[in-house]
Write a protein that binds this ligand. Structure first.
Ligand SMILES: Cc1ncc(C[n+]2csc(CCOP(=O)(O)OP(=O)(O)O)c2C)c(N)n1
Ligand SMILES: [Mg+2]
Length: 369
């Protein structure tokens, strides 16, 4: 068992050792966290209006994701669980590609082959999400081990949820990583829930950090609503991996404020009092209080930043709503050099159906709602 590590307390007062970050980077962390929140708000609104199909938000998880990912270097890799799209944006995934993926339009780099809200970005070492829980864990470990064999100086940060810590992928990935001393960091985002299963009922272990013991992997529990503690935890785990000492497990304790996804009603399985208790621990308000205390923010900073971010996001949404749908022919591309006869037949049938019923239509760019 480990004690919860903190750098700033819920009121924003310094209670631990501050990581070395200059003022610009500190304010940058606030902006990145706010961008995650604003993008989520917009996407949820679009989903409710029937413009995009599905959204899973990260409200409440902004510090865990942004703080930990900010300590990664450009050459490092980030393997996402279900909610780290905002970290990918911070690391270089263009917002336009993010939104295009939500619409699965012609600019979607996954070519409409993923469910929406499942991002990928080659340029920033961000492999495509898998909705199949825990499968990214052995994939990330394998890639980390390959990097080690090839003598590359890079770390693979593998994110997953409390629920995913019960998956086969977690156990096999942790075991291989421990034995091979793979240069990876396991980031277990304990956000309180795995859909309707409470994280307290997910395991009989006293702490998720205990799960590292069986695999010889050092683990610590960190206050995931503390962006600086999340940063510091990744920074030291990364250094350990680069020094050849092997993987670490970081447990970021936080809370998923909204439903599991846009298809979920969390009021069916959790109390308003529980949600309210976590609302009071909001990671953005807490970090804004810290910045204010240091003279890096004032009472209007969050509001001003939000206005800028919504303007940025809305411009991108306009542009992507107006983009055409993915071309039908992409259905049969990329796998075979020459499209085989059975696929050609199916494709021709699609063309016939599209001719009779019409192809998918582009949006009319009429955002905001
Ligand atoms: C192998 C597998 N089993 C079940 C599911 C259904 N499922 C989707 S999300 C989820 C819970 C995931 O919880 P957690 O790992 O805590 O991630 P969170 O959603 O909290 O970020 C489940 C069971 C799935 N997608 N894949
Ligand atoms: Mg969870």
């Amino acid at each position: 068992m480990t004690a919860l590590t903190r750098v700033i307390d819920p009121k924003g007062a310094v209670v631990g050792s501050l990581p070395q970050l200059d003022d610009e980077r500190l304010v940058g962390l606030l902006t990145h966290m706010l961008r995650v929140r604003c993008v989520d708000q917009r996407m949820l609104k679009l989903q409710r209006a029937g413009r995009v199909g599905f959204v899973g938000t990260a409200r409440g998880l902004e510090a865990a994701m942004i703080g930990s990912a900010a300590a990664l270097a450009t050459d490092d890799w980030l393997w996402s669980g279900l909610r780290e799209g905002g970290a990918a944006v911070m690391r270089g995934l263009p917002l336009a590609e993010y939104v295009a993926q939500m619409y699965c339009n012609a600019n979607d780099t996954a070519k409409g082959r993923q469910m929406c809200n499942h991002f990928q970005h080659k340029g920033s070492h961000y492999p495509s999400w898998s909705s199949v829980i825990g499968t990214q864990i052995p994939h990330g470990v394998g890639a980390a081990y390959a990097a080690k064999v090839q003598g590359k100086r890079e770390v693979h940060a593998i994110y997953f949820g409390d629920g995913a810590s019960s998956s086969n992928g977690f156990h096999s990935g942790m075991n291989f990583a421990g034995v091979w001393k793979a240069p990876c960091v396991f980031v277990l985002v304990d956000n309180g829930w795995a859909i309707s299963v409470s994280s307290r009922e997910q395991t009989a272990a006293e702490s998720y950090a205990d799960k590292g013991l069986a695999y010889g992997i050092p683990a610590r529990e960190v206050d995931g609503n503390d962006v600086l503690a999340s940063y510091a935890a990744m920074q030291s785990a990364r250094e350990r991996a680069l020094a050849g000492e092997g993987p670490s497990l970081i447990v970021l304790k936080t809370y998923r404020m909204l439903g599991h996804s846009s298809s979920d009603d969390p009021s069916k399985y959790r109390s308003e009092a529980e949600v309210a208790a976590w609302e009071a621990l909001d990671p953005i308000e807490r970090f804004a209080a810290f910045l204010t205390e240091r003279g890096l923010a004032d009472a209007g900073t969050v509001e001003r930043l939000e206005a800028q971010l919504f303007a940025e996001i809305d411009a991108v949404v306009h542009e992507q709503e107006a983009a055409p749908p993915m071309a039908l022919k992409t259905l049969v591309e990329d796998v075979y050099a020459d499209v085989p006869r059975h696929l050609r037949r199916q494709y021709n049938e699609f063309l016939r159906v599209a001719e009779v019923h019409g192809d998918a239509q582009p949006g009319d760019g009429a955002f905001p709602l």
